[in-house]
Design a protein around this ligand. Structure first.
Ligand code: PEP
Length: 251
């Protein structure tokens, strides 16, 4: 049975004290509550170890937002997957459209990052999604299919089974413009079909596919009610407990 997951992506927001306060606030808010999804918070590198030490990581998983495409060595300023794992982080967001667009992360680089994350016991939350012109040209299906194939389809079935996918239409990220629940369902079902074509129906059925792009307390319930939408990757609305908690509780 695939898991429902609500994952926050803080991006380059919060100082360490602010991030710690946010993480502790969420931890406090979830105490004594039973939720129907796994909860993850993606924090800047600088916060990972302190956040992981300050919260109940059996209730809230900690994610990094990127990792290096090398194992170790002379790569000044980079942070390896092994380093991330040593902080207590269990997940890493890879392939986010901001990394692809601003830092020129190619399918090949992402393939390497996914492999290193898995080799170090991290669960990649692998993002895919089309830009507006591609959606308007009706190319969104082929774009996401190619993103999946080019970075992930050399994985063994066992390794593929460890991934979480996040469909994030770039035109919906941080824009306040959300894909409709029907649009999300349509492409999530397609993504699952692509996965089934390569790894079989059982692996596809077990794969959590999250929606990301201006997901908030008002639209989460409808999005998550769709059969192939297994949760959300949440940017802006993960930066306050008041906004993030209702999304978690939408399940
Ligand atoms: C994201 O960047 O992953 C994201 C979904 O952002 P937002 O929720 O702010 O659109």
């Amino acid at each position: 049975m695939r898991k429902n997951v609500v994952a926050g992506n803080w991006k380059m927001n919060t100082t360490l004290p602010e991030g710690l306060a946010l993480a502790k606030g969420l931890d406090e808010a979830l105490k004594g509550k039973t939720v129907n999804c796994d909860v993850v918070i993606g924090t800047p590198f600088t916060h990972l170890a302190s956040v992981a030490a300050a919260i109940d990581t059996t209730k809230i998983g900690v994610a990094a937002e990127n990792c290096a495409d090398h194992d170790k060595g002379a790569y000044t300023g980079e942070v390896s997957a092994a380093m991330l794992a040593s902080t207590g982080a269990k997940y890493v967001i890879l392939g986010h459209s901001e990394r692809r667009a601003y830092y020129h992360e190619t399918a090949e680089i992402l393939k390497t990052k996914v492999n290193l994350a898995l080799a170090n016991g991290l669960t990649p939350i692998f993002c895919i999604g089309e830009v507006l012109e591609e959606r308007e040209a009706g190319k969104h299906f082929e774009v996401v299919e190619e993103q999946i194939k080019s970075s992930l389809f050399e994985l063994s079935t066992e390794d593929f089974g460890k991934l979480i996918l996040a469909y994030e239409p770039v035109w919906a990220i941080g824009t306040g413009k959300t894909a409709t629940a029907d649009q999300a369902q349509e492409i999530h079902a397609y993504i699952r079909k692509v996965v089934a074509g390569k790894y079989g129906q059982a692996v596809a059925d077990d794969c959590s596919i999250l929606y990301g792009g201006s997901c908030n307390a008002s639209n989460a319930e409808e999005l998550f009610s769709k059969a192939d939408v297994d949760g959300g990757l949440i940017g802006g609305a993960s930066l306050s407990v008041d906004k993030f908690l209702p999304i978690i509780e939408a399940f």
